[in-house]
Design a binder for this molecule. Sequence first.
Ligand code: HEM
Length: 281
Amino acid sequence: MAYSAPISPSLSFFKNPQLTRFSFPFSPLYSRPRIQNPSLLTKNKTWSSSVVVAATAAEKQKKRYPGESKGFVEEMRFVAMRLHTKEQAPKEGEKETKAPEERPVAKWEPTVEGYLRFLVDSKLVYDTLEGIIHQSTFPTYAEFKNTGLERAEKLETDLKWFKEQGYEIPEPTDTGKKYSQYLKDLSEKDPPSFICHFYNIYFAHSAGGRMIGRKVAERILDNRELEFYKWDGDLSGLLQNVREKLNKVAGEWTREEKNHCLEETEKSFKYSGEILRLILS
Ligand code: HEM
């Protein structure tokens, strides 16, 4: 696959203690020892036993990446789930709770003004993602045109509704603008990282995002369900279709490019976390 700039070879998975816990094996270790002349195995006992030892070590190293047997989306999901706190995702979350948006949603004290800031910045992010995908002729991105997961138009309808209710719609904050610019830059120079954000943004919204929408609506919107949380068609089918496309696209990547994509998950949480925090502002 040809990129306009080389993918950074630095794999901080192997430097970052939070991520090295996952013990991702590095691809060169995958290679099995080659036996040039199999007859040596029976003729020379010393050679034979050293090959057995080498083979056993290679078997151990052949450990798969977490989720790998199910496809690359499962690898991305594995890394993402461990970046949740226990309070966000009790079954799989592992991160220590620090930021306000990492506390249980049930204990949040949202404001309509803060929620509007979150919706406006979210719209900017979806406008950016969907614009990049829509205009692209690059196969990795063009694959994701019209998946049915698009959110920008839905958010536009919701913001119109808030306006009709008399609320002033704010301008995007610096947080949203910064993320939008970051996504544009990545889309040009680093497709695996861009795809990491694409996955996390759409799949987070379909999971924790929907739960957040319900709780916030209970507290400040008299239970009104916004269009942002409605999909045309069966959501699980739409998600499955996108999972298959993501697995297909990542199937063209080297192991280094896959690791580079997984490594970007932390940034995705950082940017999306800052936007979520606006709900509490
Ligand atoms: C208050 C914040 C958040 C809460 C409460 C939350 C909660 C959850 C929950 C409950 C799940 C479902 C786990 C399951 O399958 O049983 C989930 C999945 C997920 N979350 Fe979050 N999350 C939050 C923030 C984020 C953020 C900031 C990101 C990344 C940008 C993210 C990415 C994901 C992804 C990729 C999945 C997997 C979805 C799937 O399996 O299809 N989440 N989250």
